[in-house]
Write a protein that binds this ligand. Structure first.
Ligand code: HEC
Ligand code: HEC
Length: 377
């Protein structure tokens, strides 16, 4: 079933891209020669992205799509506005985007996140009283994950939305009061009705808010990196050092956990990050002794932007994170091989092409949280 749905989805997606670019082979790789080129083989099975946990809308489509994809597009667009709207927080300054911002690789650039009471500022300059214990994971490719959070305690994007909302350190918002307030904003009332046209009764419900935000999160697909261009036959896409790094990645056994093409997996593993006896990770959920200190395997896509690294953000430098992982894996490499591995991770797997537009205004009329890097005019 899932396979069939995925194929249909992929075809719909492709058709939309074709109609946009006016022909095959245009989107992503930007290389006509690639169309005829032989597919190149990496040192691991090429693999396919897992079936997404729901339909993937393509937000950047302009003009707005009609027909079958319309409903999904409306939901994702509503979700985009909610994701950036600080009405979701008790201090009216914190949004999902505060901790999952584009320039920080859909994390926040902090070792551990800071929630309500930290003001409108996003990024490493953020300070405040509500300091979490864990690093904000990227939301890139979260559509393809089944277990969410570092300890896998949530199984769906829809369900997950409620946790930051209710957490006193994150958004700290009472859902009933929130929905009352949202229902009173005409633009939201209209958008909920358009996104959920089949709703009997009031379309502005908490369940619909959860579905809309999840639909938005599923648009954050990153699958058009230079690695994909190379796979498709563009031999010049990856230089010699990066190709060496790809081989080192394979030889060091990294793909057994960071499995292509997502470069993550549903496994949990103890990599001995942070103090022993600290965060129990997966074991706090499963109570299985082998899960003591085990955390989810994070994606290595867009890694250049997602630091600081690991569940506690304890390592700021990617080279040092890689050294830790090499040592954990018992892999011994030369200086050149290590450099090549870092080059592979920072160059081959970067693709932020499907990042959505940041809204300049949201329906509540509250100011949208801002990246510390943005120059205010
Ligand atoms: C104060 C910062 C903060 C805010 C606000 C916040 N998050 Fe997060 N988010 C985090 C942190 C930290 C984690 C990891 C927590 C853990 O694993 O225990 C996380 C985890 C997640 C995950 C799991 C990702 C994965 O791969 O496991 C999703 C999805 C997510 N957040 C979405 C949202 C949404 C949607 C909102 C708004 C409703 C939101 N977050 C608000 C900090 C935040
Ligand atoms: C047994 C599974 C496993 C293997 C093998 C493995 N990793 Fe990891 N990796 C993990 C887990 C789990 C984490 C998160 C650990 C934590 O935060 O406590 C992680 C984290 C990372 C991170 C930090 C990413 C981030 O966003 O925080 C990098 C970089 C990384 N691994 C690279 C590698 C490389 C390179 C190799 C091969 C030398 C490798 N890993 C092998 C499981 C694995």
């Amino acid at each position: 079933m899932a396979g069939v749905r995925r194929r249909r989805l992929a075809r719909g997606w492709l058709l939309l891209q074709l109609s946009l670019t006016g022909g095959a082979g245009g989107a992503g790789t930007g290389c006509d020669a690639a169309a005829d080129a032989e597919r190149l083989e990496p040192p691991w099975p090429v693999g396919e992205f897992p079936a997404p946990s729901g339909p993937i809308a393509v937000l950047e489509l302009e003009p707005e799509p009609s027909n079958a994809l319309r409903g999904e597009w409306e939901r994702a667009e509503l979700g985009r506005l909610l994701f950036y709207d600080p009405i979701l927080s008790s201090d009216r300054e914190t949004a999902c985007a505060t901790c999952h911002a584009e320039i920080w690789g859909r994390g926040d650039g902090l070792a551990v996140s800071i929630g309500v009471g930290g003001g409108l500022l996003i990024g490493p300059g953020r300070a405040g009283p509500s300091v979490l214990t864990r690093n904000a994971p990227t939301l890139w490719n979260v559509a393809f994950r089944r277990s969410l959070f570092w300890d896998g305690r949530s199984a769906s994007l829809e369900e997950q939305v409620l946790l930051p909302l209710a957490s006193p350190l994150e958004l700290d918002r009472d859902p009933i009061a929130l929905m009352d307030e949202i229902a009173a904003i005409p633009e939201y009332a209209t958008r909920f009705a358009r996104a959920f046209p089949k709703a009997t009764g009031d379309a502005v419900t908490l369940a619909h808010l959860q579905m809309a935000i999840a639909a938005f999160e599923r648009t954050l697909v990153s699958d058009q990196s230079i690695y994909e261009a190379w796979l498709a036959g563009d031999r010049r896409a990856l230089g010699p050092e990066v190709l060496t790094g790809m081989q080192v990645f394979a030889d060091a056994g990294c793909p057994s956990c960071h499995t292509p093409p997502t470069f993550d997996s549903e496994r949990f593993a103890a990599r001995h990050v942070g103090a022993a006896g600290g965060d129990r990770g997966r074991a706090a959920i499963s109570e299985a002794p082998e899960d003591e200190g085990a955390f989810k395997v994070p994606s290595l896509r867009n890694l250049r932007n997602t630091g600081p690294y690991f569940h506690d953000g304890s390592v700021a430098d990617l080279g040092l994170a890689v050294d830790h992982e090499l040592a954990e894996s018992g892999a011994v490499v030369t200086g050149d091989e290590r450099r090549a591995l870092v080059a592979f991770l920072t160059q081959a797997l970067v693709d932020r092409s499907r990042g959505p537009a940041i809204p300049t205004a949201v329906p509540s009329g509250l100011p949208v949280p801002v990246d510390g890097f943005r120059v205010l005019r």
